[in-house]
Design a protein around this ligand. Structure first.
Ligand SMILES: Nc1ncnc2c1ncn2[C@@H]1O[C@H](COP(=O)(O)OP(=O)(O)OP(=O)(O)O)[C@@H](O)[C@H]1O
Length: 681
């Protein structure tokens, strides 16, 4: 007997109470072990269009719907008795004649169902798909029975309709609706209909109890079992060198990276994999996801190290090599720069210019001598330097280096370069390296990554999104020995946020952006989840904003959300998070905690944090407070820019920050401001 599970089964399970979920899972395990046991009361459902739906008894109230075809048994759905029956009555399983994918098709008997939705709303709108040939739509994977009703779909009922279609058809229709040209997918000759990539995103054969256990234990984590064909291809491929997976927020880049790590660990029984990130908060949360995917105590998990790169560099330098490291922070560095400037500078350059030249050229690229600096190309820097000024600027940097060394301090970039030199004896520590948030790795960090792994097959796997770049200036990866041309994948389906939130967040960004591999890519993604439009609200005073946030969070809690499902984010700590968000939280009398790096366990509390600290995380509901002019973008960051090019880059990073913050929301997004709104919204 072959045993399979459908993603709809997990969706059904999600909706049940905790107690009922436990009963269903236990029954599913027992059924997998011995489906003939009479206690399952396994029998065919009568009077349905789909004759291959059977039912399993869980208790007086709950049923499991099973699809039985030859030697295949597939768990399809679970719910209370009548609802489970209704679900089965409205569906059937078909192999699509054009694409070859097995689909769970929602039965639609009458086009009136679709037309009525529009009439009810009393709007007259042009139909979206009317101009496309039905044969073309069929080839895109639309089930035959839906071709006629599709003719009546307008903007008002588009999302409702797509939600009822198989995912691959819905995604392609969404693209068409957005004005894209959608090519007919290649038909894959598959002997086993379950091997078709589109089938595997909803139906998976589970080989053993462990796989079933993993799929059922974390019903929210559907990604442990069902991947999009593009995700699957990116993670299965063998790469002859560094590979790159890009995609907007929520497109499952981290999920692909985790699966990739697991795949490499399974394939190389002795292999050691490093999974590294920029932010320590994300690294801590990734530990949890890796435990879900691989199991906490498995042999594979023991060979996987998850850490942010700076922590690893510190460990190599201090713990392994016994050397000293004390980081200089930005303020400390700025003081030293001012000191050096006042004693030496004859260049006439501003402190802002010197800081940015140091950060984006000298420190990033590990320039240690005048000879190196003299000929350095300074790509993309707005202010040109003649030879005399360059030398004067270098004198200041030389002095800063001396001052740093006399205080026993160094920058994180210097630490990375020191590690690279120390590792230069050929001892590479890892067999494969996976990098999440690669957009925030600068030249020093990427060179360290390069030095930590030998060059060869599947050496470095990077995932990232240039639209979420918060710390780095753009530069070419080729210049640090990372070439990804021909080994890049772009993910297009957003799994985190609703289409409404996605549209708002994508609207903040330019339609195309240059990726690190050098390619200009469209940022267009689609989401098949639906929800309320984001709420963007301004207030005359901070007190009004606070009152609104209190009421909003109370409503969410009353609706059944847990505190841990909610986050409040802000651009600045004191003026927004401490003075306004904390005020709101103290009135709510609900536990809250600051997002920080050291946590591996997420407390049962509302999260509070800066936009920077929210990177890579997600919550059901997010309030982004304090999005007023002057704060988003933050005036002093822009005014620190020493020329137009730098100002544009700073502006782009500020916009990316708001994009990061708003895309943390899965279901509800509220953006508030006091006075004038941010120019971004
Ligand atoms: N194939 C999938 N099926 C179901 N859910 C998925 C799938 N892939 C990803 N997800 C879910 O989508 C959400 C976003 O995934 P993930 O964090 O990997 O995205 P990301 O691209 O790394 O996002 P960001 O760049 O914003 O951090 C997560 O809740 C994840 O569980």
């Amino acid at each position: 007997m072959r045993f399979a599970i459908a993603d709809t089964f997990q969706k059904g399970l999600d909706k049940l109470s905790k107690g009922d979920q436990t009963l269903v899972k236990q029954r599913a395990f027992d059924f997998q072990t011995d489906h003939q046991n009479p206690s399952h009361q396994f029998h065919r459902l009568q009077g349905l269009k789909e004759k291959r739906f059977w039912t399993v008894y869980v208790n007086m109230d709950i049923r499991i719907i099973v699809y039985k075809d030859g030697d295949l048994m597939m768990l399809c759905y679970t719910d209370h008795h009548d609802a489970a029956y209704e679900w089965a009555k409205g569906r059937q399983i078909e192999v699509h004649p054009e694409t070859g994918a097995t689909q769970l098709v929602e039965l639609i008997e009458r086009r009136e169902e679709i037309v009525q939705q529009v009439v009810r709303q009393q709007v007259v709108e042009p139909p979206i798909f009317g101009r496309f040939e039905p044969s073309y739509l069929h080839k895109l994977g639309v089930p035959e029975s839906w071709l006629e009703p599709l003719k009546y779909v307008t903007d008002s009922n588009l999302l409702d309709t797509l939600e009822r279609l198989p995912q691959e058809a819905a995604e392609r229709l969404m693209r068409l609706a957005a004005g894209e040209v959608v090519e007919i997918p290649n038909v894959l000759p598959t002997v086993d209909p379950f091997a078709h990539p589109d089938t595997q995103r909803r139906f998976r054969v589970v080989e053993n109890q462990t796989e079933l256990y993993r799929a059922l234990e974390w019903p929210w984590e559907r990604w442990t079992t069902f991947l999009h064909p593009t995700q699957e291809r990116a993670l299965q491929r063998t790469y002859n060198g560094p590979a790159y997976v890009s995609g907007g927020a929520g497109t499952g880049k981290t999920v692909v990276a985790l699966h990739r790590a697991y795949k490499l660990l399974r394939e190389a029984p002795e292999g050691r994999v490093l999974f590294t990130t920029f932010s320590s908060t994300l690294a801590s949360r990734l530990e949890l996801s890796a435990n879900i995917l691989m199991g906490r105590d498995t042999e594979e998990r023991q060979r996987l190290r998850i850490t942010n790169l700076h922590a690893l560099a510190r460990q190599i330098w201090v713990d392994d090599l016994g050397r000293r490291f004390q980081a200089v922070d930005r303020d400390g560095l700025s003081d030293l720069m001012a000191q050096a400037k006042s004693s030496l500078d004859s260049s006439g350059m501003s402190l802002g210019f010197l800081m940015s030249e140091w950060e984006s050229v000298v420190d990033s690229w590990g320039i240690e001598t005048w000879d190196d600096y003299r000929g350095f190309p300074r790509k993309g820097r707005g202010t040109p330097l003649d030879a005399r000024t360059r030398l004067a600027v270098w004198r200041v940097f030389e002095r800063v280096r001396e001052l740093l060394s006399s205080q026993g301090k160094s920058t994180w970039n210097q630490l990375c370069y020191s590690c690279i030199e120390a590792l230069d004896d050929g001892t590479h520590r890892w067999d494969h390296i996976i990098v999440d948030e690669s957009q925030d790795f600068g030249p020093a960090e990427l060179r360290l990554v390069r030095a930590l792994v030998g060059t060869g097959t599947n050496d470095v796997f990077l995932v990232g999104d240039s639209g979420q770049q918060l710390y780095q200036r753009p530069f070419s990866w080729r210049d640090v020995g990372i070439e990804v041309v021909g080994r890049s994948t772009n993910l297009k389906v957003n799994y985190r946020t609703t289409e409404q939130i996605r549209r708002f967040a994508d609207g903040l960004m330019p339609p195309n952006m240059r990726e690190h591999g050098g390619q200009e890519l469209s940022r267009g993604t689609v989401s098949l989840l639906q929800g309320e439009a984001p709420v963007i609200k301004g207030f005359p005073s901070a007190d009004d904003e606070i009152r609104f946030v209190v009421t909003q969070i109370k409503t969410w809690l009353d609706e059944g959300m847990q505190p841990k499902d909610i986050a409040i984010l802000g651009r600045v700590k004191k003026k927004v998070l401490v003075e306004r968000a904390e005020q709101a939280l103290s009135q709510l009398n609900v536990p809250y905690h600051w997002l920080k790096s050291e946590e591996t366990v997420i407390p049962e509390a509302i999260s509070l944090g800066t936009m920077h600290n929210a990177k890579g995380l997600e919550f059901k509901a997010v309030v982004v407070m304090g999005c007023e002019r002057g704060t988003v973008p933050l005036t002093w960051v822009l005014s620190n820019a020493s020329d137009d090019a730098e100002r544009d880059e700073a502006m782009a990073r500020e916009r990316n920050l708001l994009y990061v913050a708003t895309t943390r929301a899965r279901q509800d997004l509220v953006v508030t401001y006091v006075g004038e709104p941010s120019e971004f919204i």
